[in-house]
Write a protein that binds this ligand. Sequence first.
Ligand code: G3I
Ligand code: 9MR
Ligand code: ZN
Length: 537
Amino acid sequence: MYKSIFVDQCGYLPEMTKRVTFRSDNPVAFDVITSDGHRVFHGTASARIENLCAGETDYVGDFSALTAPGRYRIVSDSLSESDTFEIAGDVYEDVFQKAFAFFYLQRCGCDLPTSAAGIYAHRACHTKQAFVYGTSEKLDVTGGWHDAGDYGRYIVPGAMAVAQLLYAYETNPSLASLYHKPGDSTDTADSASLPSCLEEIKYELDWMLKLQREDGSLYHKSSCYRFCSTIMPDAEQDDIVVSPVSATATADFAAVAALSIRFYKKYDPIYADRLADAARKAYEALRIMEPFQGFKNPPGISTGGYGDPHDTDERYWAAAELYKAFGDTKYREDFELFAKQQIYHGYGWGNMGTYGNRAYLTTEYSTDIDLKNKIIEEMITLAEEKLRIAEQDGYGTCLKAEQYHWGSNMVAANNGLHLYDGYCLTGRREFLNAAADQLHYLLGRNPMGLCYLTGCGTDAIKHPHHRPSIFLGKAMPGMLSGGPCGRRADPTSKGVLPEEFPPAKALVDMSGSYSTNEVAIYWNSAFVQLLASVVRG
Ligand code: G3I
Ligand code: 9MR
Ligand code: ZN
């Protein structure tokens, strides 16, 4: 039946603000009932909201006062009932485990045994030496995570994913330490050994290190020349090619290698030193690289481009992160020079400014206090802008109409992170609540009424654009769908949705729809970081 009451299908922590959306033209009174039909809460929804992004009228109810653990549904006279959801202190533990395990399941270059990967098991894939584009040189580039529904491995989105997973770990170590590699028992934790989370992240870092050239710069990516058909990863036997170096890849790598040092130092000082050398070397290479027009696939290669035309925010991040890691004045000078021109913001693969801001704000080395205050002020202003939009949206999301583009769910998660930053900088609860609303949006309180994370909630995405899932006929769990894409960019969604269609509903749960329903490591990482943040409170 057509849904008209929308909640977070994965549930709520008892202390969380809990909001529900009603798609209705008339005012709404509602009840929250237990699984056996007892009414435990009665409420009336707030004022009417004309929701232009979703092309509908909404009312919003608040049942935060209900804190007792249990399983519930929301009902209202003339509307169809909500999905069942739970209130409990541990509702997000399984969600976190699944979303993090996705990275393990995306591993390239090693056997994934059935005992760990279940039906997604496969033999080591993409193990051939790669051609360095345009030369006869060959290179070992095995390892890393497959980027998305395809099997390419790209430095720029990889760096973003690593940064976000590290931040998730740092923000909420107790949640992160519950993560265990699939197939491992949950109680192997021993404080001297590398936590499973960090072990997984290291798998990507190890691969990134292989893409660093002798001169310090980074090849942009390793992939086949073109996307393969719908086959398992170990069946893709085409030649692998390493694309030319880029400033964005070099800067992102320098930054993320520098960021990683402090996480690995305690467990593996030799590895931490290796990261430190690699970061410094990449930075020196970056310094003499010309500003460029963005990476473009060279003739013959047609896999993912990640052709961000602006490399200043990446250089900004690198400078800040190396300053925080090493304290050399040259890094500080570089960062401050950029930041005095413009303060950058963003958690996305094309806009990396916030990572730089976080590094500069938290460095132990000396800083320019005025600049620091200005960064803080701008971060709070950004959170305030997002809060204002969220407060006027029927689903509490701060996605503006034009932000429903390819990967809008990443934008939703990153918006939540900007709100969470506002909370950390001011202590204002409304920022935390709005950050949590971005999570709830992704997990079911959205105009599609779908849980956008596969294998979670009561009614999740079932047909993501993800080669192993399509090949095996079952969606791998724990993957965040790209989300509604107003300007559809794949034949499947173009064939299904009319030209004029509300952007917030432009998602097609069909495996062909890569512009609305693909998955990607850096969409999952945004989700993981948001989850770790709001659960910490
Ligand atoms: O940022 C602009 C915005 O200013 C503008 O208003 C809006 C209007 O449509 O577009 C925004 O740009 C979009 C951009 O993503 C934002 O990140 C582009 O339209 C959109 O085409 C672009 O899509 C990217 C897509 O590749 C196509 O290049 C996605 O971000 C990116 O996540 C996706 O990445 C692919 C890899 O290439 C290959 N592997 C799978 C992966 C996920 O689908
Ligand atoms: O599977 C590919 C996906 O990862 C990319 O995001 C998308 C856009 O670049 O392309 C997909 O591959 C399609 C290709 O572009 C055209 N032929 C069909 C491929 C699978 O649907
Ligand atoms: Zn592979």
